[in-house]
Design a protein around this ligand. Structure first.
Ligand code: GLU
Length: 308
């Protein structure tokens, strides 16, 4: 583990860099990515189900009794899950997925409370009932399925690498020998680097934005996690950062639920499928993750696995 570098807030970095880019007339140039994130007035609205009931789900019963859903999310992943420090509002593709599913369960946007949970704390948060479900670049895998349930998948990502724009020697995970690579504690990309590329010098922090701060401050040589997350950071400061190589894993994103709540898991699978069919999924993608430059893919097939 490396000692944390002096950490200017990523938001500050991005704001300063964005201003610099605007001054250099990069803003609004055709083909340049938008500096701003998702625009609230361009986001789809989801029809809120009336008289929806799911009495077999203890999570739904608890949420209904309290009058709102508590959803775990990320707060520093551009285009996916990002919290506006001024207003406290969350935005991004994961947030839209959370909202469309909430609508199917009978909760309107005002009835959702988002709570930031880091990668390493997701399973505990679901096991302790701190959150009702979790939507935040959460890869479905067998190890995690022993601890939590997963609805979905709703998106297929892949592990990739983010480097400084002037980096020439890192083009894939094999080039990481002896180089410092940063990822988040408790994440699948960190585990893969440690397991499959042991000559890389892995460094872990709680969140990817701290890794990006360290990359911009020359404290690490690369950041590794899902391409979706890295593209979001790169799209905000394309003069400073780039995503290199081709994805070297498959990361199917699921909605984390308490493990024993099969009724909730299957209801979310049904809801997700309905939102894929009626076009909400694509509209949500285009208004969020699609802003980082990749056209909407076909959503992956939903996996309704049997109860454990
Ligand atoms: N999808 C990976 C995971 O679930 C990396 C992203 C994250 O940490 O949220 O571990």
């Amino acid at each position: 583990m490396t000692r944390p570098a002096p950490r200017p807030l990523l938001a500050l970095w991005l704001a300063v860099l964005a201003l610099g880019l605007c001054a250099a007339a990069a803003c609004g140039r055709p083909g340049s990515p938008p500096v701003k994130g998702p625009q609230p007035d361009r986001l789809p609205r989801y029809e809120v189900a009336r008289d929806f009931r799911l009495p077999d789900s203890p999570t739904w019963r608890k949420a209904t009794a309290r009058g709102r859903l508590v959803v775990g999310a990320k707060e520093d992943q551009p285009y996916l899950g990002e919290k506006d420090p001024a207003s406290g509002a969350y935005s991004g593709f994961d947030i839209e997925i959370a909202r469309m599913l909430a609508a199917s369960l009978g909760f309107d946007p005002a009835g959702i409370e988002f709570r930031t949970i880091a990668s390493a704390n997701r399973e505990t948060a679901l096991q302790n009932g701190q959150i009702d479900y979790y939507v935040g670049t959460y890869t479905i895998n067998d190890m995690r399925k022993r601890l939590v349930g997963f609805a979905g998948p709703y998106y297929m990502a892949g592990q990739s690498l983010l480097v400084r724009a002037d980096e020439k020697d890192i083009n894939g995970p094999r080039d990481l020998d002896g180089r410092k690579v940063c990822s988040a504690a408790g994440s699948t990309p960190l585990q893969r680097i440690q397991r499959e590329y042991p000559r890389a010098r892995a460094v872990a922090y709680d969140s990817y934005s701290v890794c990006v701060d360290n990359l911009l401050a020359y404290q690490v040589d690369a950041v590794t996690t899902d391409d979706t997350i890295l593209m979001g950071y790169a799209a905000k400061v394309p003069e400073e950062l780039k995503v290199v190589g081709t994805p070297f894993s498959q990361e199917p994103y699921g909605i984390g639920v308490p493990r024993s709540d099969n009724a909730l898991r299957l209801a979310l699978d049904d809801a997700l499928e309905a939102h894929q069919r009626n076009g909400d999924w694509t509209k949500a993608y285009d208004a969020t993750l699609g802003l980082s430059g990749v056209p909407a893919p076909r959503p992956p097939a939903i996996d309704r696995y049997p109860a454990a």
